[in-house]
Ligand binder design. Structure first.
Ligand code: AMP
Ligand code: GLY
Length: 425
């Protein structure tokens, strides 16, 4: 089949990388892709959804896969379906699970799914009263999409009130902060669980752990994610079962009954407190950088799973994962990430002569572009992800860091402790 991948990051590169090695896939297009995706397929510069759908029809594209949340929340799936095309991702209505934290929290409450206690409000007085009754720390969240920056963990009541004021006035996040969620702080450890869904059935992927803070030991500011690994030993069969029974099934049933069935990837951001899972948030797409690791753990064609999910036939899919295999991904970011952009810098990758490393690692390119001479430049915040595979997390981690040592660009920086929680067990 021919596939169109929408997006331009490391996540989309990794989906393309998996499909490139998939016997069912012929041609891959990226809209818009990045400076390295043209090694896997053809980059297309079309932004308008209707125009892109016409392109997909003209080229007889069999499946479109949407990477990021923005086009999903803005309704790309509905437009493609109107054109009679097959597309993997949720409808605009179901994508509200990520597009609006108020919608998400209200769904969780309605379907009886464990989550932090909260109120939603658009009124500062109400917010202040609620905050004054809470114990510290206090979590304040903007309703809409804020590129991962809309969550404030306030250490004091005053800090929480100031955060609420900044959001409600529109100063902090514009329209996205005009409604807010104030919720209790949950103290536990975080996990990312992904369920590929077709509206009724689902397949749970190996649980992953992301590292959101910029610096080692989970210090420094929050980022889009500095590295991840999967599967994580921080989950066991009992916890998987609780996540399915208490979270995934009631969510999919509730959404179906409400007339907004969910198909695509349900990304469940969990906090595990005393061995009980609580939903922190839903996203409606693969995590980045979690996707970069998950894509190399499949032992069955990814195209088959995505196509069957997109066409409501997931129960017929035979999804398999490589046994006894782990993947660790280390993000290489540019000098000023996440504060500001950095000068473009040429990326040099040493020739990898070590067979073991060559066969058990890959680079997922993200914030890169190509100059007129064909040189690859680091131009984005998160530049690329070095992914290592192995029969243990340690082996995968060591290979990922060996690969990190082979990649050079001015200002390159990364965390040195990805997967530390799993390795200190
Ligand atoms: P979110 O975008 O809602 O996942 O929030 C971003 C990050 O803030 C999460 O990954 C957590 O680290 C943290 N966070 C969000 N909500 C809570 C909460 N209720 N308790 C503790 N930490 C939270
Ligand atoms: N890795 C976190 C995210 O994609 O939102």
């Amino acid at each position: 089949m021919d596939v169109l991948i929408v997006g331009s990051g490391g996540r989309e590169y990794s989906i393309g990388y998996a499909l490139k090695h998939d016997e069912n896939v012929n041609k891959i297009y990226f809209a818009p892709g990045n400076g390295a995706t043209d090694e896997l397929g053809e980059n297309i510069n079309i932004k308008d959804f209707n125009e892109l759908a016409r392109f997909a029809k003209e080229k007889n594209i069999d499946l479109t896969v949407v990477g990021p949340e923005d086009p999903l929340v803005n309704g790309i799936v509905d437009v493609f379906k109107e054109h009679g095309l097959t597309i993997f991702g949720p409808s605009k209505a179901a994508a509200q699970l990520e597009g609006s934290k108020v919608f998400m929290k209200n769904c969780l409450q309605k379907y009886g799914i464990p989550t932090a206690k909260y109120i939603e409000t658009d009124n500062l007085e109400e917010a202040t009263n609620f905050i004054n009754q809470m114990s510290e720390p206090i979590v304040v969240k903007a309703d809409g999409l804020c590129a991962g920056k809309g969550v404030i963990i306030a250490k004091t009541k005053q800090e929480a009130i100031d955060a609420a004021k900044g959001m409600l006035s529109g100063e902090s996040f514009g329209e996205a902060g005009k409604k807010i969620i104030i919720e209790e702080f949950l103290d536990g450890y975080e996990l990312s669980v992904f369920a590929v869904c077709d509206g009724k059935d689902y397949v749970v992927l190996p649980a992953a752990q992301d590292h959101k803070r910029l610096l080692d030991n989970d210090e420094g500011p929050n980022t889009g994610g500095m590295g991840a690994y999967a599967p994580t030993p921080l989950i066991n069969d009992e916890l998987y079962k609780k996540i399915e029974e208490k979270i995934i099934k009631p969510t999919l049933n509730g959404l179906k009954e409400d007339g907004t069935p969910f198909s695509g990837v349900l990304f469940i951001g969990l906090m595990i407190v005393n061995n009980e899972p609580y939903v922190l948030e839903y996203n409606v797409r693969f995590g980045d950088p979690e996707c970069e690791e998950l894509m190399v753990l499949f032992d069955s064609p990814v195209s088959d799973m995505l196509f069957k999910a997109a066409t409501g036939n997931l129960k017929d899919a035979d999804v398999k994962f490589k046994e006894n295999t782990y993947a660790v991904g280390v993000v290489l970011a540019s000098k000023n990430y996440p504060y500001s952009s950095s000068e473009p810098a040429e990326i040099i990758v040493d020739e990898i002569v070590h067979e073991d490393l060559k066969n058990n690692s890959y680079i997922a390119y993200a914030g890169v572009s190509r100059d007129e001479d064909g040189k690859l430049l680091a131009t984005g915040g998160r530049v690329l992800v070095c992914v290592g595979l192995g029969n243990s997390i340690k082996e995968a981690r060591d290979r990922a860091y060996m690969l990190v040592g082979q990649v050079h660009f001015a200002g390159k920086k990364c965390r040195t402790d990805i997967a530390y929680q799993a390795l200190s067990e």
